[in-house]
Design a protein around this ligand. Structure first.
Ligand code: 13P
Ligand code: SF4
Length: 330
């Protein structure tokens, strides 16, 4: 495969000989290159199992900011790699497949968001971390689903706020904090698909089961949930809560860690409204395979690059989030 073909594809498709122990080689290369593998809970179980650190988007950003590795391999989606690169401009940041986008980030084109922001000059701009670096550069403070309510609460009650891009998360924050933030109308193609009727039916079949929902789900799903939270918060709840069964309304990759952490409990993935598609899987996260991870470490490509001017602006709201989170003990 030529470099031009790599660039066109966005990942390295080179075959790996049968006699190569891929997992052992990945670990060996990490040691040799002083690389750290970070993975989000939505990636394939075998990728999570091989990672040095698995976490939600807040924990992944915090870990990146603190690492002394020379190379960060971000097994997750593109914006997560960008956040790492912005926080660690001198390190090599790799994402094994550059096609691993995010429908939420895509639902917020920077030029349109800029117009929206400019038409409300008196508003503080709060952006979800699921945005491109360019959108973050228009932002006052970044949040993740782990800290969004607390960060919004840290602003005086009468602060006019724009929140983007997830209208479901924004609506959830408004309902919890009593704010009236102006919302961008973006959504995640996985989370907006969960069916409240099908979850209610499952609940009737499993009366003892508790419903766990990510705040990117639509309002009616969040309303019937016993726990709404980030992937890390849902995982924590599923371990500590005495219930034996859980209906999980977030991307199904999280079930891997839930089942590993509480093997005696039953985790039921919440069904999407259209049962003909695997809508509870993030097709972007699932692009990250062991094969691509191996080639990416071997050739140290694809690297994540962020325009220095954008990075200089985007680092401020990310650091602000990390500072507030630290102060709040998150
Ligand atoms: P977390 O912040 O809970 O990890 O969620 C990230 C995400 O992309 C949810 O779809
Ligand atoms: Fe983006 Fe949705 Fe995938 Fe999360 S699950 S990375 S919000 S597309």
């Amino acid at each position: 495969m030529t470099k031009k073909e790599w660039l066109d594809k966005g990942y390295i498709d080179e075959p790996i000989p049968d006699n190569v122990d891929i997992k052992a080689e990945i670990r060996r290369m990490c040691k040799e290159k002083n690389a750290v593998i970070m993975a989000h809970y939505y990636t394939e179980g075998e990728v999570q199992d091989l990672a040095d650190f698995v976490g939600d988007s807040l924990a992944l950003a915090q870990k990146a900011a603190a690492t002394d590795a020379d190379i960060i391999v971000m097994c997750g989606v593109h914006f997560m790699g960008e956040t790492n690169k912005i926080l660690c401009p001198d390190k090599t940041v790799l994402v094994p497949d550059l096609n691993a986008s995010c429908s939420l980030a895509e639902s917020c084109p920077t030029d349109e968001f800029e117009k929206f922001v400019k038409s409300h000059p008196d508003h503080t701009v709060i952006s979800y971390v699921n945005t491109t670096a360019a959108t973050k550069s228009l932002t006052d403070v970044v949040v993740t689903s782990s800290n969004a309510c607390q960060i919004v609460e840290s602003f005086p009650k009468d602060t006019p706020i724009i929140f983007g891009p997830d209208q479901n998360l924004g609506g959830y924050i408004n309902s919890i904090t009593g704010r009236n933030m102006l919302l961008w109308n973006g959504a995640c193609h996985v989370h907006e698909k969960f069916s409240v009727e099908k979850i209610a039916r499952l609940k009737r079949e499993h009366p003892g089961a508790k419903v766990l929902a990510h705040p990117e789900c639509k309002g009616p799903v969040a309303k019937i949930a016993d726990k709404v939270g980030s992937t890390a918060a849902l995982l924590k709840f599923s371990i500590s809560d005495p219930a034996k069964e859980f209906i999980v309304a977030t991307e199904s990759g999280i079930l891997h860690e839930m089942q590993k952490s509480a093997p005696h409990k039953t985790f039921i993935p919440a069904p999407p409204d259209d049962s003909t598609c695997a809508c509870n899987e993030c097709n972007f996260m699932k692009l990250i395979t062991l094969h691509k991870l191996y080639n990416c470490l071997k050739y140290e490509w694809p690297t994540i690059e962020v325009d220095p001017e954008i990075a200089e602006k985007a680092v401020r709201p990310i650091n602000k989030m990390l500072e507030i989170s630290k102060k709040l003990g998150l």
